[in-house]
Design a protein around this ligand. Structure first.
Ligand SMILES: Cc1cc2nc3c(=O)[nH]c(=O)nc-3n(C[C@H](O)[C@H](O)[C@H](O)COP(=O)(O)OP(=O)(O)OC[C@H]3O[C@@H](n4cnc5c(N)ncnc54)[C@H](O)[C@@H]3O)c2cc1C
Length: 402
């Protein structure tokens, strides 16, 4: 073996990059981040909506978002963090649940307000069709972030002499020794076609260069592909990759640039983005798998436009400009899986963020780095997010999902 690293992270998306930054902040060196696609063409970190909010059901989700927001505020200009608020419309049948959540948000120190329908119209005049809306939750310190700038920020903050970024290689095998992972085998995926074949169909070229590397601590941060990586060390992760589409539209009738993220009672979300409107809706019947096809006009006409037009006369006429699809890594209880891997020394994981990995990336990376280097959580206790919960039956419950 020609190379060895003290900390070996698989996955250089926003989560792997954040973990690497916090390891380095806490004094670690000898870090490597492996990604077959470091540019992130297929990764979820380049294909998301950039929403950031504290309005969650569980204390752990609130704590992860809140602590991350404190960090983003300090680097707001660099990471494109715009605290323009997060509006969540609610129907009457859900209102008693909203009131219970308000109690939790207040106790957690989150700035959240309830709006009546007339207050919604006063604050968001273009929302002129509020049939069935009982009120809304509005959190002014939440909003939107630029995920690419945030990932770049994490990467840039790491001194170059403590880290190696390994691109266009995949992990193909791990070797166990002394109760943990002691070495990994990498295979080259040199061309964009081979990267695509690997990430979409898990195919590897028959012949390609390989290299064995000795590793001290192993971290699985492979996003929606984390279950595939975990199989290399004989662990089943109950997470599924699920396609999520986003449509980009042009709206001539209303300027949404003063507003942050908005979520309709139907689950449709939308916000202003670079002169256009970005809108997404999670189709409940979506099959699991590494699917990236964007359905364009069909998706727009069936899922997006009817829901938007039901809320505003400004959305009667919209022009579809484009869109894309990316993956959510969805765990059974829609919470991330973070922490030491049970039964394997020096092996850790941070994945399955179920659609909220960008907003929670700073705090998740920091907490995992604390456990790795200091043996326990120092700030936020993430032990409830351990992968062990699926064996012990201690699942969490989160319903504020989009
Ligand atoms: C349409 C959409 C909208 C979203 N909206 C939001 C939002 O508003 N707010 C929010 O917080 N989150 C949102 N998300 C979720 C968010 O994007 C993800 O939770 C987050 O990006 C996960 O980051 P990651 O680093 O874990 O995964 P990724 O960015 O996918 O990184 C994983 C990396 O691992 C690499 N990899 C995988 N397997 C291997 C292997 N065997 N060898 C080498 N490399 C490997 C991949 O190439 C990839 O780059 C959205 C996601 C989608 C798809």
């Amino acid at each position: 073996m020609t190379r060895s690293y003290d900390y070996f992270i698989v996955g250089g998306g926003i989560i792997g990059s954040s973990i690497a930054m916090s390891l380095s902040d806490l004094g670690a060196s000898g870090i490597a981040v492996l990604d077959c696609d470091l540019s992130g063409k297929w990764g979820s970190s380049e294909r998301n909506a950039g929403g950031v909010r504290v309005t969650w059901d569980t204390p752990v989700n609130i704590a992860l978002s809140k602590s991350s927001i404190d960090y983003y505020e300090g680097v707001a200009a660099e990471v494109g963090f715009r605290q323009k608020g997060y509006l969540w419309l609610s129907e009457a049948s859900a209102w008693s649940q909203v009131l219970k959540r308000m109690d939790l948000w207040e106790r957690s120190g989150c700035e959240v307000f309830l709006l009546t329908p007339s207050e919604i119209t006063a604050k968001f005049p273009f929302l002129d069709r509020l049939d069935g809306v009982a009120g809304a939750v509005f959190s002014p310190k939440d909003g939107l972030i630029n995920p690419n700038l945030l990932k770049t920020h994490y990467r840039r903050r790491i001194p170059s002499d403590v880290i190696d970024w390994i691109d266009h290689q995949v992990i193909d095998r791990v070797d166990l020794g002394e109760g943990g992972i002691c070495s990994v085998r990498l295979r080259q995926v040199a061309s964009e076609d081979t990267v695509e074949a690997f990430l979409r169909r898990h195919e590897l070229p028959l012949e390609s260069e390989q290299e064995d590397i000795r590793v001290g601590t192993f971290i699985n941060a492979a996003g929606a592909w984390a279950p595939e990586v975990a199989r290399l060390y004989d662990r089943e992760i109950p997470t599924n990759p699920i396609r999520r589409q986003v449509a980009v539209l042009h709206c001539q009738e209303a300027d949404l640039s003063p507003y942050g993220m908005m979520v309709d009672t139907s689950g449709l979300y939308f916000h202003h983005e670079a002169g256009n409107l970005l809108a997404g809706y999670a189709v409940p019947s979506e099959a699991t798998g590494y699917h990236f096809a964007y359905e364009g006009e069909n998706y727009f006409m069936t899922e997006i436009w009817p829901r938007l037009a039901a809320r505003s006369t400004s959305f009667d006429r919209l022009k579809l400009i484009g869109g894309w699809a990316g993956l959510y890594g969805v765990s059974p209880d829609h919470h991330a899986i973070i922490g030491p891997v049970s039964g394997l020394k020096n092996t850790f994981e941070a994945h399955s963020f179920s659609g909220h990995g960008v907003m929670q990336s700073y705090a998740a990376g920091r907490a995992l780095a604390e456990v790795i280097l200091q043996g326990d959580y120092q700030g936020i206790d993430l032990s409830v997010l351990s992968g062990q919960r699926f064996q012990s039956g201690q699942l969490l419950s989160e319903e504020m999902l989009i």
